[in-house]
Design a protein around this ligand. Structure first.
Ligand code: NAD
Length: 257
């Protein structure tokens, strides 16, 4: 039980990586606060955890809305006493070369992917500072480190999240709060399936081509990222501070011939 007694809040955990992480954290003894904009999917995650004998509760909130986020955080602390781990996971994709992106679409990606990390952190941090303890995990992407085609708005957000992680770490280290970032490569989730459907005429050919980009020869699975999140959430990673953790099948540091 690597997260025994921990109260963990995971944004966007109604689907994909967030849901896999919620299930894994619960198996490791955590109480999981499942947050999502989509109540049906969020409750499905909670039901799956409960069916497996774990502890979870659903809180609907839009991570871009300060009133909703503050109300959720205050309610979680009132009910469960504290938040030990915050995983800022919720995010959306943004496709297109820069000149093709409409200003409204640009703003939407910025808002969800950056403000959606800022707000939960803003309202959780005072509680963590009071207890002088906590681990925050921010969802960046390997796209923060390398150029990838037609992902201008998305890459800008994930680079911002990586920089923000480092600054947050410096400010909150004196409070014994750790802040690290996850940098996944391509992970098969509804998010990527949607991206493939909307961006390519032949999604199967696109998957085959994406696979050749990985040294692993295959795409990642949500559990690959969940396991990395578990390490950052647990005290096993107590000497990791402000670090990027890559889960990318070798995309950033390797190159296929
Ligand atoms: P997903 O679409 O399967 O899940 C994202 C969840 O976030 C959904 O349940 C959605 O309802 C929720 N959400 C969206 N906007 C929200 C909001 N405003 N408030 C609350 N919840 C909201 O996506 P995923 O692939 O699991 O991605 C999760 C995170 O991982 C994202 O930040 C994404 O950028 C990042 N990521 C994914 C990949 C990948 O290949 N899948 C790679 C690198 C990084």
């Amino acid at each position: 039980m690597r997260l025994a007694e921990k109260i963990t809040l995971i944004t966007g955990s109604g689907s994909g990586i967030g849901r896999s992480t919620a299930l894994l954290f619960a198996r490791e003894g955590a109480t999981v606060i499942v947050n999502d904009l989509d109540a049906e999917k969020g409750r499905e995650t909670v039901d799956e955890i409960a069916a497996a004998g774990g502890k979870a509760a659903f809180f609907k909130a839009d991570v871009t809305n300060p009133e909703q986020v503050k109300a959720m955080v205050d309610a979680v602390v009132a009910q469960f006493g504290r938040i030990d781990v915050l995983f800022n996971n919720a995010g959306v994709s943004g496709v297109g070369m820069l000149h093709e992106v409409e200003p409204e679409a640009w703003d939407r990606v910025m808002t969800i992917n950056i403000r959606g990390v800022f707000l939960p952190s803003k309202y959780v941090l005072p509680y963590m500072m009071e207890r002088r303890s906590g681990s925050i995990i921010n969802m960046s992407s390997c796209i923060a480190e390398i150029g990838l085609a037609k992902r201008a708005s998305y890459s800008a957000t994930k680079g911002a999240v990586l920089s923000l992680t480092k600054s947050m770490q410096v400010d909150y280290a004196p409070y014994n709060i750790r802040v690290n970032a996850l940098l996944p490569g391509t992970i098969m989730t509804p998010f990527v399936e949607n991206y493939l459907r909307t961006s390519y005429d032949d999604p199967e050919a696109a998957i085959a081509s994406l696979k050749t980009r990985q040294l692993s020869g295959d795409l990642g699975r949500p559990d690959d990222v969940a396991n990395a999140a578990l390490f950052l959430a647990s005290d096993e990673s107590k000497f990791m501070m402000g670090s990027p953790l890559y889960i990318d099948g070798g995309v950033v540091f390797g190159k296929n011939a």
